[in-house]
Design a protein around this ligand. Structure first.
Ligand SMILES: *[C@@H]1O[C@H](CO)[C@@H](O)[C@H](O)[C@H]1NC(C)=O
Ligand SMILES: *[C@@H]1O[C@H](CO)[C@@H](O)[C@H](O)[C@H]1NC(C)=O
Ligand SMILES: *[C@@H]1O[C@H](CO)[C@@H](O)[C@H](O)[C@H]1NC(C)=O
Ligand SMILES: *[C@@H]1O[C@H](CO)[C@@H](O)[C@H](O)[C@H]1NC(C)=O
Length: 351
């Protein structure tokens, strides 16, 4: 009798812990709200489930077109792109894009957590495997904002035959990890998130974030994000996800693979010699208000392909929040490039 009730209590506690960890907002209403035409895929690959949400607008003009994959900056995820999805849906027939898919890297959004930090190089292998499992195969256009830009470059170098073009949006570059100020800021950011986790465990983080104490760079969507073109549901779902230890731990894991992922990309470029991206169609949109070194590195990054254009904007780093028009015009430029000046050398396996 005693044993049975203990067991029952333990079971209830265990069940409570498991469910409290798994409470995620309803994905079907967390993007565009009611009537959202998106389809969420959850391919499982090498033991981890990745969430990839896709939108399509099929016409005879784009049914055979590449799939565009969007990867957000750190610590953002699929919902960071909500503000551009309506325009992407309108334009994708003329862009010849068959699907636009928004990725949750492991531990973010609706994806499984990784048991250990996963480098971008490992992530790219797992993403490719996940895309195959989900049946999202064909050619890709890769779009990365900020940290997501490392993924566009690593994926292109790993699977050159599958990539038609890339766009980086104020992207992280392959010199980033060698800069000591960046290495220092990782330590600061890690401490901040450790602090957020303690606050979350004490129940004080929600009011702290809600009172406007967390800068956008730390990933929390303030209520005012609605005025920037985000649906109310996408804002409240992003807030709910941010306020979980799953998310906070993932941010810490990611900070700790930044230097190594950027450095391995640098070495990969070094062994390939000049113009390692050959004539891969590449549009780099970047901001000019940070500092000259950032601008120089953006131009250097664009120079890695002979078929690139770098387009400066006088707005800040948070393009999905503060300059959606730049992203849309960048995609128009990239898809025009793919139509009029596609790669002739890139992806042919002759280098
Ligand atoms: C769209 O892209 C596909 C795949 O690259 C290509 O085969 C097709 O000709 C393109 N269609 C148009 C209308 O440009
Ligand atoms: C699909 O694209 C067409 C052409 O731009 C547009 O008129 C239509 O509204 C789009 N459909 C959706 C669901 O956005
Ligand atoms: C790799 O890093 C070194 C040292 O910072 C730098 O001189 C070189 O230009 C970098 N190359 C690339 C492709 O990032
Ligand atoms: C933000 O919205 C939530 C939910 O509607 C509300 O509880 C909270 O008080 C709002 N915060 C601010 C700072 O307005």
């Amino acid at each position: 009798m005693f044993k049975l009730s203990t067991c029952l209590l333990l079971f209830i506690c265990f069940f409570a812990i498991v469910t409290s960890q798994q409470t995620l907002p309803d994905v079907s209403t967390s993007f565009l709200g009611a009537g959202d035409p998106g389809v969420s895929h959850y391919p499982s690959y090498l033991g981890l489930k990745m969430h990839i949400r896709c939108y399509s607008n099929v016409t005879s003009a784009n049914q055979k077109g590449p799939i565009a994959l969007f990867d957000a900056g750190l610590p953002f995820f699929s919902t960071a792109w909500v503000s551009i999805i309506p325009s992407v849906l309108q334009k994708m027939p003329s862009w010849n894009i068959s699907k636009a898919c928004f990725i949750d890297r492991y531990g973010y959004g609706w994806s499984d957590s990784a048991p250990y930090p996963i480098t971008t190089q490992d992530y790219v292998l797992r993403l490719r495997g996940s895309l195959q499992v989900a049946g999202l195969t064909g050619k890709y256009i890769l779009v990365g904002w900020s940290w997501g830009s490392i993924f566009t470059q690593v994926f292109s170098l790993t699977y050159p035959k599958e990539v038609s073009g890339i766009m980086t949006i104020d992207g992280t570059d392959s010199k980033w990890g060698f800069i000591s100020a960046n290495q220092q800021s990782i330590i600061t950011y890690t401490n901040t998130y450790m602090n957020y986790m303690s606050m979350n465990n004490m129940g004080t983080l929600q009011s702290y974030a809600n009172d406007g104490n967390v800068a956008l760079g730390f990933g929390y969507f303030p209520n005012g994000t609605v005025a920037l073109g985000f649906t109310p549901n996408s804002v409240s779902s992003s807030q709910q996800i941010w306020l979980s230890n799953k998310f906070l731990k993932t941010a810490v894991q990611e900070f700790n693979i930044m230097v190594i992922s950027s450095a391995v990309l640098n070495f990969t470029y070094a062994v390939k010699g000049p113009n390692p991206l050959k004539d891969l169609p590449y549009v780099n949109i970047y901001e000019t208000i940070f500092d000259q070194d950032w601008i120089d590195r953006q131009l250097f990054m664009a120079s890695l392909s002979t078929n690139s254009v770098a387009i400066p904007f006088g707005t800040d780093h948070f393009f999905p929040f503060t300059n959606q028009g730049a992203i849309i015009s960048g995609l128009t430029a990239l898809t025009n490039k793919i139509k009029t000046n596609p790669a002739r050398i890139w992806g042919r396996g002759i280098f």
